[in-house]
Write a protein that binds this ligand. Structure first.
Ligand code: TEU
Ligand code: CA
Length: 517
């Protein structure tokens, strides 16, 4: 286990829209490098960089054309190496985004695989044995290559699925076992890609759709887990300080398979959605625990979380995110104050937390944008970072119509500059919370977590982490709970008081309390 994860606080950067250094309207690596001090000023000591590889950008770079080359629009491999070096000088780690499940259909491997004559890449992707073979349960693209077969896609149609084999083989003529030499070769190719970037200086990977490798597997996915155990064994031997964080949203399984941490995602019925994102957009009804209407149920979250925590204890972490590039920003449904309370809570929780660029200033989800590079409904979460009051909010010197996506330049648009000047801004609030986390191991990734007060459909809720208590009342009403500890206030949004053996919390309050010694 890389030691640095114990106190890691991540910042996710979407390279397209973070900072444009050369005025061509799109963010780049030099731009990111110029903002490392800003990232540090937040208390973030690690970065997850969305894909920067060469790509035709049908899915914003998750369609990799060349795993070994930085996309020209972001710079060069040397620029990325320089970014790693500069980040390391400042004590910042960088995870690249690894896309193991599929490539672009423009990838050299695929161009070879689709040739009619047999070659080294024939079995690198999943192909049926002739074009007339197209079982409807698989997502196959049919009759569009010279090769006599149909190929499976893993996400969009431009993303053919790499071949890691099948767990349950239903069509033996073309489905391979994960131990087939072709599938083994895919895993070895993946490990080589990892070695290349780790040797260049990256600190590990966020792993895209990590659960999607071996096909015809449900639930605990034993064969996909074997692949990751193999990868982890390589890391432990060759790069023991490198971290892998999975996009899986099933921490007991993914951590068991070797991931150091796993993301909670905005998936149906997941505890993360119950906390921060449970809103029915048709009826407008919000049942999120952190909604100010107070319609949430903290126990539904805890049922899942406590079990996941127990199942991962001592082996790996759960990652709470403020948002990511696939998810509407919380400000789409939450007011600034609701979001500030929710984000603050995230950085008080165990595991390795992630802050999505722009959330720290309360950037909006931009409604109504035309899809960009396969973003579709995700596009509104990917707009340029708002730095200051100069043109394009300081993101780029290009003409506004040349920007990758429009910048929110409305009069009420938040910027880093405005947020810096306001002591109560989300920005300055998160700086405080994250600083307190760094100062106290109790509040870091490994610290304990205990429920003090959490009752079905009631507020507030109170958790204990070592010497600290986190008490939260996101609702617009005063809420009370029995609480028998003598404490000092370490941090607070809102206000609380004591009434005998009760903790009385004013509307929309989060308090971090510390046991009196
Ligand atoms: O996302 C996979 C994933 O889980 C998505 O289906 C997600 O739920 C959806 O985008 C929500 O709107 C990963 C990447 O994060 C995403 O950006 C890529 O497009 C996708 O894999 C394919 O590589
Ligand atoms: Ca640029």
């Amino acid at each position: 286990m890389p030691d640095w994860l114990k106190d890691a606080v991540f910042y996710e950067i979407y390279p397209q829209t973070f900072c444009d250094s050369n005025g061509d309207g799109i963010g780049d690596i030099k731009g990111i490098e110029s903002k490392l001090d800003y990232v540090m000023s937040l208390g973030c000591n690690a970065i997850w960089l969305n894909p920067v590889y060469d790509s035709p950008f049908m899915d914003a770079g998750y369609d990799v054309r060349d795993y070994y080359k930085v996309a020209e629009r972001y710079g060069t491999n040397d620029d990325l190496k320089h970014l790693f070096e500069t980040a390391h000088e400042k004590g910042i780690k960088i995870l690249l985004d690894l896309v193991p499940g599929h490539t672009s259909d423009q990838n050299e491997w695929f161009l070879k695989s689709k040739r009619p004559e047999k070659n080294d890449y024939t079995g690198r992707y999943i192909w049926t044995d002739c074009v007339w073979e197209a079982p409807p349960q698989y997502r196959l693209l049919c009759g569009i290559t010279d090769r006599d077969g149909n190929y499976m896609v893993n996400y969009f149609s431009s993303q053919p699925a790499l071949n890691y084999g099948f767990n349950k083989i239903t069509h033996p003529a073309w489905q391979k076992s994960p131990t087939d030499p072709d599938c083994v070769a895919t895993v070895e190719a993946l490990k080589d890609i990892m070695r290349y970037w780790l040797n260049m200086g990256c600190d590990g990977f966020r792993v895209d759709m990590a659960d999607s490798l071996v096909k015809n597997e449900d639930g605990e996915k034993p064969e996909t887990c074997k692949v990751w155990k193999n990868v982890r064994a390589m890391l432990d031997k060759e790069f023991p300080d490198a971290a892998i964080v999975s996009e899986w949203c099933n921490p007991k399984v993914s951590v068991g398979a070797g991931f150091h941490s796993d993301f909670y995602l905005d998936h149906d019925t997941n505890g993360y959605r119950i906390l921060f994102r449970d809103k029915n957009w048709e009826t407008g009804e919000c049942k999120a625990v952190f909604g100010k209407n107070g319609k949430g149920d903290i126990t539904k979250f805890l049922d899942e979380y406590l079990d996941d925590l127990k199942g991962t204890k001592g082996k790996g972490y759960i990652s709470f995110i403020t948002c990511n590039h696939d998810t509407p920003r919380m400000t789409r449904m939450f007011s600034e104050l609701e979001a500030k309370i929710a984000y603050s809570f995230i950085f008080m929780m165990p595991g390795v937390p992630f802050l999505y660029y722009g959330d720290e200033i309360g950037m909006k989800y931009m409604e109504g944008l035309t899809s960009k590079e396969g973003g579709f409904s995700r596009t509104g979460t990917r707009t340029p970072m708002q730095w200051d009051s100069t043109a394009n909010c300081g993101f780029s010197t290009a003409d506004a119509d040349k920007l990758y996506l429009p910048v929110d330049t409305g009069a009420d648009a938040v910027t880093v500059e405005k947020a810096e000047a306001d002591p109560d801004s989300i920005l300055n609030t998160l700086r405080k919370v994250i600083a307190i986390r760094h100062e106290n191991t109790d509040l870091q990734s490994d610290g304990d977590f205990e429920v003090i007060y959490a009752v079905k459909e009631k507020y507030p809720f109170i958790f204990k982490r070592g010497e600290f208590f986190i008490a939260v009342n996101p609702t617009e009403d005063v809420q009370k709970a029995p609480f028998a500890f003598d404490c000092n206030t370490v941090f607070e949004i809102g206000n609380h008081s004591r009434e005998g053996s009760y903790l009385v919390m004013q509307p929309q309050t989060i308090s971090l309390l510390r046991l009196e010694k």
